[in-house]
Ligand binder design. Structure first.
Ligand code: ADP
Ligand code: ZN
Length: 617
């Protein structure tokens, strides 16, 4: 058995080594044990149950909440020569019958089932009469009622234990916090089962947060500098935001598509399909989009509105760079966002306990936005991991942020809010502080206040940064009913009395801010003077053709990482081609010749081959 699992890894999936805890999990499951597996997105959860399903007798049943995800996984497995199928509500009856009969005949290694389907009498009955290798419960956090992906059908999965004693169950999730973990163990009856945890770090993702100041321009600059012509996701809070952003991106020449719950089902599906099946589509979406999108080559996730919590942020940004290539999590954030989210929490219908929880989560998120230290460290500590002081791959590590003693500015701001009667928003209060000549200030008599004009030495941009940070820290409260009216809080008093100091991050005006570095990711368009670029493009082209002909996404044929290795190694025989990571026996047979032909046609002159390999590396 010891060699069985490694042989499957190599022969079927074409990988040389297990990652992280994969091997332990695989061996434990092959041995018949239950477990809970916590791995980050892109960590390689699927292999943890796919290999045991192949190695063990009987069919492995995978409970998966999303049809798109199922389809993707089944296609990938079939490409690798694994006998996989799925049962869900989108399947025509004729195909259901085919899948059922394959299952009965013992011709399936893996069967993906939607939870509501699994719990139906018909499927239960069917599964009771065939040998089963295991149950894998994917996205196991869906069982958590407090979580953001709760699915009531998941609660009923506790029945599996009684109904199928002796069949190992493996629950998998990328959501790591302690309460969710406990809930999964409780509700799925996994008490006593080992928990396998892989580090949650996503080292290839670069985190950055920029203070909003013309977000369109900022985002466009980011796109141009870092990821021209590559796939990415842009999150917005509202449908209208999605529509607007998709439109201006299209105007700017970006292949952007909208996705939100207000679109017709058909349009949503069509947009999602294009995103998955093409190499360079940018999806602008509300959070309705993303769960169950397994596309490995998403190069960036951008937030133009704030996410709900750090958990949500980590999950959403985790959709970037599953393939391990460099990727970005980029967010623009401003005073308005803070005000809006604070308002949403305070005015929700939730009960007190829930509200307190939401307030805490929002505070953590705002704290993250305002960080002056390593962002990765804060994210990972939030999930209970201890990590080095600096990661070297977030904005704050790459260009350190200045902080300043803002105690006096904070006092002026708070006192001006007080003097103007706690009836105005930030824009107005800033005008008073800066001694604006505006008519309405005179009308209210606020040009007579002691705080009128006491903040002239600070620019309006800096004042906005000060107010944003005051609200983010709860030193000012915002009332949206009153159009963003600011008022003091309990926490403001010690600041006004000079009992505590306030230090703030110094936000640089964008033109003074450091330019983002360019990086050596695979180039989006070929530079014809470089044969390696030409080969890269030719391989991508071939991949697209092969994928299109079969109606599958390109990455199901080969990942970018495999193509890059082909450029570096230039295998010209099947034997050499088999050494490329991601090339198993089936893919070798199916695609070897086709890709070798492309490599031969674009082969570099022998004297340049060495140089080319270094250039790619
Ligand atoms: P998750 O479900 O945890 O988000 P996946 O199972 O989809 O992650 O795996 C992410 C990517 O990593 C997949 O493209 C997969 O093929 C690849 N992968 C997984 N395990 C290995 C491995 N041992 N070696 C190389 N690549 C791997
Ligand atoms: Zn860092």
């Amino acid at each position: 058995m010891a060699d069985d699992v490694r042989r499957v890894l190599e022969r079927v999936f074409g990988y040389a080594e297990f990652r992280g805890q994969q091997e332990e999990v695989v061996r434990h499951t092959v041995g018949g044990g239950d477990s809970l597996v916590l791995m980050p997105t892109g960590g390689g959860k699927s292999l943890c149950y796919q290999i045991p399903s192949i190695v063990r007798d009987g069919t492995g049943v995978v409970v998966s909440p999303l049809i798109a995800l199922m389809r993707d996984q089944v296609e990938s497995l079939q490409q690798a020569g694994v006998r996989a199928a799925c049962l869900n509500s989108s399947l025509p009856y004729r195909e259901v019958l085919q899948v059922e009969s394959a299952l009965r005949a013992g011709r399936l290694d893996l069967l993906y089932v939607a939870p509501e389907r699994l719990l139906g009498d018909r499927t239960f009955e069917l599964l009771s009469n065939v040998p089963l290798a295991l149950f894998a419960i994917d996205e196991a956090h869906c069982v958590s009622q407090w979580g953001h992906d709760f699915r009531p059908e998941y609660l009923r999965l506790s029945a599996l234990r009684e109904r199928f004693p002796g069949v190992p169950r493996i629950a998998l999730t990328a959501t790591a916090d302690e309460p969710t973990r406990r809930e999964i163990v409780d509700r799925l009856g996994l008490r006593g089962a080992p928990i396998f945890v892989d580090g949650f770090d996503r080292p290839n993702i670069r985190y950055s947060v920029v203070p909003k100041n013309n977000p369109r321009k900022q985002f466009h600059a980011f796109l141009r500098e870092c990821h021209p012509g590559r796939s990415g996701i842009v999150y917005r809070l509202s449908r209208k935001g999605v529509e607007d952003t998709a439109e201006w991106l299209r105007d700017a020449g970006v292949d952007a598509l909208p996705y939100h719950a207000g679109l017709g089902k058909r349009e949503r599906q069509a947009n999602q399909d294009r995103f998955i099946r093409e190499d360079d589509v940018v999806m602008v979406a509300t959070i309705a989009f993303g769960m169950g999108i397994d596309k490995p080559d998403v190069r960036f996730v951008a937030h133009l509105d704030l996410p709900k919590s750090i958990e949500a942020y980590y999950q959403e940004t985790g959709r970037a760079g599953r393939d391990g290539d460099p990727a970005d999590a980029w967010m623009a954030y401003g005073l308005k966002d803070v005000v809006m989210l604070r308002h949403m929490v305070e005015n929700s219908d939730a009960g007190d306990a829930r509200k307190r929880l939401e307030r805490r989560k929002l505070d953590a998120l705002l704290g993250y936005c305002e960080l002056t230290t390593c962002r990765r460290r804060t994210l990972l500590s939030y999930f209970g991991e201890t990590v080095p002081e600096r990661c070297g791959n977030c904005d704050n590590c790459l260009s350190p942020v200045e902080t300043w003693n803002a105690t006096e500015a904070a006092q002026k701001a708070l006192s001006c809010v007080h003097r103007t009667g706690q009836r105005f928003g930030a824009v107005y209060v800033i005008d008073v502080l800066r001694g604006s000549e505006a008519e309405r200030i005179r009308r209210f008599g606020h040009d007579q206040l002691s705080t009128y004009g006491i903040g002239k030495e600070i620019g309006a941009y800096e004042w906005r940064s000060v107010f944003r940070q005051l609200v983010a820290r709860g030193l000012l409260k915002v009332d949206m009913e009153g159009y963003g009216t600011l008022s003091l809080t309990e926490a403001s008093r010690p600041v006004l009395k000079g009992e505590v100091e306030v230090h703030m991050r110094r936000d640089l005006l964008p033109k003074r801010a450091a330019k983002p570095r360019k990086r050596a990711a695979p180039r989006p368009t070929a530079d014809p003077s470089k044969w390696s670029d030409v080969l890269w493009e030719a391989l991508r082209q071939r991949r697209t053709e092969l994928a299109k002909a079969q109606g599958v996404p390109p990455y199901v044929v080969f990942h970018d990482a495999s193509l890059r290795e082909m450029v570096e190694q230039q295998p010209s025989t099947l034997q050499a081609f088999a050494e490329i990571s991601g090339v198993g026996e089936t893919k070798l047979e199916r695609y070897g010749e086709a890709f070798i032909a492309v490599i031969r046609a674009h082969a570099s002159p022998p004297e340049k081959a060495g140089a080319a390999a270094t250039e790619q590396a």
